[in-house]
Design a binder for this molecule. Structure first.
Ligand SMILES: [Zn+2]
Ligand SMILES: [Zn+2]
Length: 745
């Protein structure tokens, strides 16, 4: 114990679900390698860096050996220096060498550019090249910079299709840095996996074989992620040698107000109470909420609990602040002028606002990696406090009862599927536009690209290979965050700003007229869904209700790809076709989820192909559950609770997953539960469920056993996205079925 924790007395009561302290850890260091260029050594010395952490030295050595590397050490462990060392060293040694740094957001690229500038290695000429770069600057950057920072979208649309302008850069490309690599998962990751393969191919055409250096949050499958993203093997550096201060971790569960209904006190109220308590003790605290509205409420409630002088030392921290404004807040925090900051988690990605005493996460942010990143703000140098306040969501409540699942297990895997034809085809077209595709390109683009080429419209086979026969650049038609090229735009009616994309398959359920749409934590109301122009016009919305679509879903099995005897039944993974028809929506109160109105909708059905995992329980597993509607209710409740826990295994959102349960399915002729990938073509989520079925079902049994409600609640079998509006759910029946399955294993 180095410091006496001053939060003593605050973390008491039934709300405290778990309290533990992770011990401090000494750094393990290694000397700076002798081989480093003098200019780099001088720059490091100026920054007071005279030795490395062991993992930084290991990453440098692996990169010097010529291979690809992925570094997956913890938050604030110096991952940046781990990949900067080999790159800056190469740039200092060879004035022709070039490096490309890829960041998922412009803000992160700016932060990295700033810290590269501060390091001040004379030979390094770094520049940002993104959508904001003025046209007249672009040519200059291409010719002058030897380290270009950009994002996947710019690489995809702005750089690769215009590779003739980048010939010198590509010819000399030595390193590609992919920071925050865990962000590239799901649909986005599947696209980025293809963008990086296109980059490798063009580099090869210009005579270069760049090395890939990736950095990621801690995940279960670093090696797999690296090869899925780049198409090549990588050395994993994961043995974190950075020092760590002691950190106390508290899991906080708002009190149960109605045990029967599973109703709990508001997480926002608890957050404001803890925030006020910590700030009142003089502790610098950041509080992360999921929406701007929630962050504002926490800020206000906390201020109400404090005297005016202390309340004045609280501030909200919003996305969209300029670097100057961010540094101003950071300065006020460092100087102790500010004590408490509330923020949406839109800012979570690596942006550094300094070393604080406490970090509060209000609601599980969706991945353990994000949670660790939020918690990483607290106690870097001295004993810190990190708190998770649970929402009513099933996964949050599961963690409150099973802390080791959150704190000790590493099951979360970043998955993607670059070969999904819905994703791949657009990149095959883009690659053909960039240069004719022949057999030799299988080595970089992957054999799947060659297989898809004959199926891609506007490609023509010639003596030079597959060439693009269309007019414009096909890359511009391929959005990186959707699996359908015919996505709808979500447009702010007042400003004309494009807020986001809605995949065609989801348009009717997410942006129908009257839907409440969330973007970066802000609420919008959909005014108009224009099917011809393929856009939804929305406007800012202050109401206190949200909407839930009621839809009818059917699935048909197109092709089982893997069928295995698992947990006493036949478990299948394969391709299915899903047809959904949105028939109505409900307005529900934010405060208590009560239904305010049901509004019918007249919308056409949509059909898409995707991947699913499905199972047909054996008769003995359904014994005494056969009567209707108990049978359907048991299967339906099992489906919901399985979907709630799949994100623990596959890094995804429950909104990325769909499900269907039926007492009689036409294709199987029996009661069947389907869990399908919500993105056309599938991005690997259902496949992960198939692979991890036993652990996934066991977790779900634990969830249902532990939930204190009597007949099912939002923390176990109810789903915020159920197309049947949570009708026909039987918690006991689901538990019986899943327990029998688990016991068959
Ligand atoms: Zn429950
Ligand atoms: Zn449902």
């Amino acid at each position: 114990m180095t410091t006496v924790a001053t939060w003593d007395g605050l973390l008491v009561g039934d709300e405290l679900a778990h309290l533990t302290t992770e011990p401090a850890r000494e750094a393990r260091t290694a000397p700076l390698p002798d081989s480093l260029q003098p200019a780099l050594l001088e720059a490091l010395a100026r920054r007071g860096i005279h030795e490395l952490y062991a993992h930084q030295a290991a990453a440098y050595a692996a990169a010097r050996g010529g291979g690809n590397v992925i570094v997956t050490t913890g938050t604030a462990s110096g991952k940046t220096l781990a990949f900067n060392l080999p790159v800056l060293d190469a740039l200092a040694a060879d004035r022709h060498a070039r490096a490309l740094y890829l960041y998922p957001t412009k803000a992160l690229a700016q932060d990295q550019a700033r810290s590269l500038g501060e390091l001040g290695v004379a030979a390094v000429r770094a520049a940002i090249y993104d959508g904001d770069t003025p046209t007249e600057r672009r040519r200059q950057i291409r010719g002058w910079a030897n380290l270009v920072l950009t994002n996947p979208d710019m690489l995809h649309i702005g750089v690769l299709p215009r590779h003739d302008l980048w010939g010198d850069f590509l010819h000399n490309l030595r390193f590609v840095v992919v920071d925050e690599a865990h962000v590239y998962r799901g649909v986005f990751g599947s696209h980025v996996g293809n963008v990086l393969r296109r980059l490798r191919r063009l580099a090869r055409i210009y005579g270069a074989e760049p090395q890939f250096l990736l950095a990621s949050a801690t995940i279960a499958n670093a090696a797999e992620l690296a090869s899925a993203l780049t198409g090549e093997e990588a050395t994993v550096v994961e043995d974190d040698a950075a020092p760590r201060a002691e950190r106390t971790i508290a899991l906080w569960n708002p009190p149960l107000l109605d045990a029967e209904l599973g109703l709990r006190a508001s997480a926002l109220g608890e957050a404001s109470r803890l925030l006020a308590g910590l700030v009142g003790r003089g502790l610098r605290t950041i509080c992360f909420a999921k929406s701007r509205k929630a962050a504002e409420l926490i800020h206000r409630f906390a201020a109400d609990r404090l005297d005016a002088a202390t309340a004045a030392r609280l501030a909200p921290y919003r996305a969209g602040y300029t670097p100057q404004q961010r540094r101003e807040i950071e300065r006020r925090l460092v100087e102790g002028d500010l004590l408490g900051v509330t923020s949406t988690d839109a800012l979570e990605l690596g942006i550094d606002i300094g070393d604080l005493d406490c970090a509060i996460s209000v609601g599980f942010p969706g991945t353990v990696a994000s949670l660790r990143q939020q918690w990483g703000r607290a106690g870097r140098r001295e004993h810190g406090l990190a708190i998770l306040i649970a929402s009513e969501d099933a996964l949050d409540q599961y963690f409150m009862r099973e802390p080791p699942a959150l704190l000790d297990r590493h099951v979360e895997a970043a998955i993607l599927d670059h070969a999904n034809p819905r994703v791949l085809d657009g990149h095959v077209a883009a690659a053909a536009f960039e240069a004719p595709i022949d057999e030799g390109d299988a080595a970089t683009l992957g054999p799947e690209a060659l297989e898809r080429a004959p199926h891609v419209p506007e490609l023509r086979h010639t003596a030079r290979g597959w060439v693009w026969a269309g007019k414009d650049s096909p890359a511009a038609r391929v959005p990186l965050r959707s699996t359908s090229p015919d996505s709808f735009l979500v447009v702010d009616a007042a400003t004309g700003d494009i807020l986001g994309l809605a995949e065609r398959e989801r348009v009717y359920s997410t942006v129908h007229e009257g839907a409440v749409y969330l973007h970066l934590g802000r609420q919008y109301l959909v005014r108009e869904l224009d099917l011809t122009a393929r856009r939804a016009l929305v406007e800012p919305f202050e109401g206190d209700w949200y909407t839930q679509a009621k839809k009818e879903t059917e699935t048909s099995i197109e092709e089982p790809l893997r069928v295995e005897r698992r947990l006493g039944l036949e478990l299948s993974f394969g391709r299915v076709s899903v047809t959904e028809q949105v028939v109505a929506y409900q307005k529900k109160a934010v405060a208590d989820g009560s239904t305010l109105a049901t509004v019918p909708l007249d919308l056409p059905p949509t059909t898409f192909d995707t991947e699913a995992v499905w199972f047909v329980p054996r008769p003995h597993q359904l014994e005494d559950l056969e009567a209707m509607p108990l049978l359907l209710s048991s299967l339906h409740a099992a489906e919901h609770s399985l979907i709630a826990l799949l994100p623990l295994w596959a890094m995804c959102d429950r909104w990325d997953i769909g499900g269907l349960s039926t007492n009689l399915h036409l294709d199987t002729g029996a009661p069947t539960v389907f869990v399908y990938d919500g993105h056309a073509g599938g991005v690997g989520i259902a496949a992960r469920g198939f692979d991890q079925f036993e652990g996934w079902v066991a977790d779900t049994v634990t969830l249902l056993e532990g939930c204190p409600c009597e007949r099912g609640c939002p923390s176990c079998v109810q789903s915020p996205k159920c197309g049947n509006l949570n009708e026909y759910l039987d918690k006991a029946g689901a538990l019986t079925l899943l327990t029998r399955m688990s016991n068959s294993g």
